[in-house]
Write a protein that binds this ligand. Sequence first.
Ligand code: SAH
Length: 448
Amino acid sequence: MKKNDIIPLSITAMSSEGSGIGRYEGLAVFVPQTAIGDELKVKILKVKSNCAFGKIEDILSYGEGRCEPDCEVFSKCGGCVYRHISYDEEQKIKTQRVADAVKRIGGIDMPPEEIVSDKKIKGYRNKAQYPVAQNGSVGFFANHSHRIIPSDTCALQPDEFSRIAQIFSYWMYTSGNPPYIEETGRGLVRHLYIRKAMVTGEIMVCLVINGDKVVAAQRLIDDLKAELGDSLKAVVLNINKKKTNVILSNECVNLYGDGYIYDYLCGVKIRISPLSFYQVNRDMAERLYEKAKEYAKPKGKTVIDLYCGAGTIGLSMAKEAKKIIGVEIIPEAIEDAKLSAEKNGIDNAEFICGDAAEAAKTLAVRNIKPDVVIVDPPRKGCSEELLNTISKDFCPETLVYVSCDPATLARDLKILDNLGYKLKEYTPFDLFPRTAHVETVALLKREA
Ligand code: SAH
């Protein structure tokens, strides 16, 4: 097999990134936007020693799970990967992905609970980060690329976001603020970043700039206010002068409002600042936290919530728990967590800013003996050092692992199994319908 070959291919599985996989001459061939059961003619784009990549040349027959994509830019945009298959099929694929990881990587033979979803596959996102194109319009990055696909609407986002994007683009055309050009590092306006608190309706608009100020800021604020009224609570500049892929720097300047919006999650009012992590699918995050609570049984217990972001998981349990200790590396998120605790009259929560592994050691030195530890790490999962501290120093009876990557979850489950923490149950959650992502909540118990 070589580049430009046209081969016949049957799609038999899906990759973790949402590409279909078929086998040809013993090699796995990855083809995006295909479905299990597809019979295809595929054009080979790249051959590596252990796999190949191709694109659809012709569809000979359709797999059962296929449906008509409901988005105009689906074939180009790098956001969704499953708009061409039914949502039922997508949930099966995601469940299978989690189950496979736990079995193959984790070495644990246990089926997952049924995947939890509210089946809302449109308009669920509360956050958008649009790159600014060279003509001042906004769009989305193409798959595996920084090429901008112009589009101000996205099926995953609320309607206001496209109106904000249009107001912003018009302001870019007419205000004389130059767009940032990634290749040269020149120009000013890099990203338009929007957040909406879905329960209160409050909106934050943030411009990420390669400089210290923009001209005609007041006109943008006035236009946004005219469109959004009192919902507009914050307009913020994020100063990012680095030549980097990382969207946000840690420096924010308020142009309008005090820089925050507030949302409700599990009955707790949560302050959200531009730099704090906040789950993009609020309604499903609530379901996920309810499951975490069901697993944790926090009543009367001391709970450590590692990688706590704005404190949301711990705060959702604070009323029942004896004590909550949250740990998070982003200072602004910790400030949000502390303020939210105070505003909600929660006085049994402590929040520590620092690396989870290091803070855990410090807590162990303080001789804190939690009954429950919750971890919710980023995709790379937990360090072995942290898992050691949890199992050897904290020795909680219950460990709840919230994961956004089945592969690293499974890797950590294996390590934890050897450290005496046994998987009891795990539930996949679809917080990101139509994209390749899937969350999992796992319950582990210390071996007697
Ligand atoms: N539990 C929160 C946040 C989960 S996202 C929620 O449900 O909203 C993961 C969080 O881990 C992010 O807030 C990120 O800033 C934080 N983080 C990343 N690396 C970290 C580290 N080494 N130590 C502590 N927190 C870290």
